[in-house]
Design a protein around this ligand. Structure first.
Ligand code: 6PG
Length: 253
């Protein structure tokens, strides 16, 4: 496997705990939103699923942060989704709704849900069409998000790009459906061409269980894992990591 040769060197931000990580990430969200809205009149974000981002989403919904945000100019997409109905306990859309959407005044048309309840390949094609309608990509360039949030699995997956998955090798479609053997479940996910075309990609990583994988990717610079292949070609990369997840990478340059 080719060695991980980052086009973009990750900025590593180690935070004491999830609350501190969420605050740093929320401050970055506000700064990026102000920049994007001033420059282009809108801020397009792809939200991560999983559990780590919940605290960030809840913090963004507080008066302290939401008072700094013009949600009418903010557009929320999803980096991936489980192939379940939107009210299912496993749904990323349900998690984002409960932690953020039902607490803020964002126009419903500014939230772009992946249709987890329909046939996966059709859902992927539908979401790709939604991205094409929203982004007016230059010829041969994928959609460009202002911010993409990602998590890290203990196996090195990110979004729903799992090791050995066909979606990992997708270089044309912006959204793919994939069957994850170990989960015995179908997933929908943004692909690397879209993720690596973002202006900013920010990983949100917490928990001692992630320490080995964080070290494998950041200290040993291997690209054997999907998360190691996230390297924006014309953007910035940031790893927000809690101290317990960063155990093995202290002293990084
Ligand atoms: C998902 C995510 C997935 C997640 C990682 C980390 O839909 O589950 O997109 O990639 O970010 O599995 O999840 P935790 O934040 O729960 O550790």
């Amino acid at each position: 496997m080719p060695h991980f040769s980052p086009v973009t060197k990750p900025e590593i931000i180690i935070c004491q705990d999830v609350a501190a990580l969420s605050r740093r990430a929320a401050e970055q969200f506000v700064a990026l939103a102000h920049q994007a809205i001033a420059a282009r009149g809108r801020f397009a974000v792809a939200l991560s699923g999983g559990s780590t981002p919940k605290a960030l989403y809840s913090l963004l919904a507080t008066a302290e942060f939401t008072s700094q945000l013009d949600w009418r100019s903010i557009h929320l997409f999803f980096g991936d989704e489980r192939c379940v109905p939107p009210d299912h306990g496993e749904s990323n859309y349900r998690m984002v709704t409960e932690s953020l959407l039902e607490k803020i005044s964002i126009p419903p048309q500014n939230v772009y849900r992946m249709a987890g309840e329909i046939e996966p390949a059709a859902a992927a094609a539908d979401y790709g069409a939604q991205l094409a309608r929203f982004f007016s990509p230059q010829e041969n360039h994928p959609a460009r998000f202002d911010l993409v949030y990602l998590g890290l699995g203990e196996d090195g997956h990110t979004a729903s790009l799992f090791p050995q998955s066909s979606a990992l090798n997708e270089r044309v479609q912006w959204v793919a459906s994939t069957y994850v053997e170990k989960l015995a479940a179908h997933r929908l996910t943004l692909t690397l061409p879209v993720i690596n075309h973002a202006a900013q990609v920010s990983f949100l990583i917490a928990g001692r269980s992630k320490a080995a994988m964080v070290k494998a990717i950041l200290a040993n610079s291997t690209s054997d894992y999907p998360a190691a292949q996230v390297s924006p070609s014309d953007g910035r990369l940031c790893w927000f990591i809690t101290a317990d997840a960063a155990g093995g990478v202290g002293g990084l340059p």
